[in-house]
Design a protein around this ligand. Sequence first.
Ligand code: UDP
Length: 238
Amino acid sequence: MPLSTMKRVLLKLSGEVLMGDQQFGIDPAFVMELAKEVKAAKETGLELCLVIGGGNIFRGMAGAAQGMDRAQADYMGMLATVMNALAMQSALEQLGVQTRVQSAVQMDQVCEPVIRRRAERHLEKGRIVIFAAGVGAPYFTTDSGAALRAAEMNCDALLKGTSVDGVYDSDPKKNADAKRYDTVTYGKVLADNLKVMDASAVALCRDNNIPIVVFSIREKGNLARVIAGEGTQTIVQN
Ligand code: UDP
């Protein structure tokens, strides 16, 4: 399906894009810029689900590498994604965009729990649903959370907005000759261990035939271009 004819998409943003030019945490001014991009995407008539990572605040693997219990560190990472979701909700609502946050770790005072049929209703009413806390279990990432929500919400594509403009055959920061793919199969991504999303997320998208569109969210206007079927990106599909 061409991107321009899609009705419902899930946008996954890495936590690190919320840092702006900082080294850590949330830059509210940059979150506002991202929110404007998301608002513009919504205004094309798309139904939009959002998943935001937590790497700008805490990653379970990093905690475990420093001696923490891995599962405990992963729960901290999940809480970080809730903070990011709330920051994005706040920015979007300041722009007049209606949103709901649903967390896979229940937090009644702060947001809704994940309830699929309720999320459906929110989308029907034109709200953006921000899914927080990934799949709600340690040893997973928000990429897997994004793939899971994209599948259960019947999204036409998973858009992965990150700091690079697609999938390369080697690290473009280390290899000046690195080549970017316009399209690449799930099988090649998994076989060559290409840096797109973690393997379980890629496999879930493959099994449910959900294209993954990798693009740079740092370039202004790029999300709108990608949705219009233009711009620079890599599409992972069969
Ligand atoms: N996390 C988890 N289970 C999930 C989603 C996230 O344990 O289903 C934890 C994990 O520790 C991860 C952290 O939350 O490192 C932040 O998420 P992620 O690394 O995916 O964020 P991103 O790289 O997208 O910013």
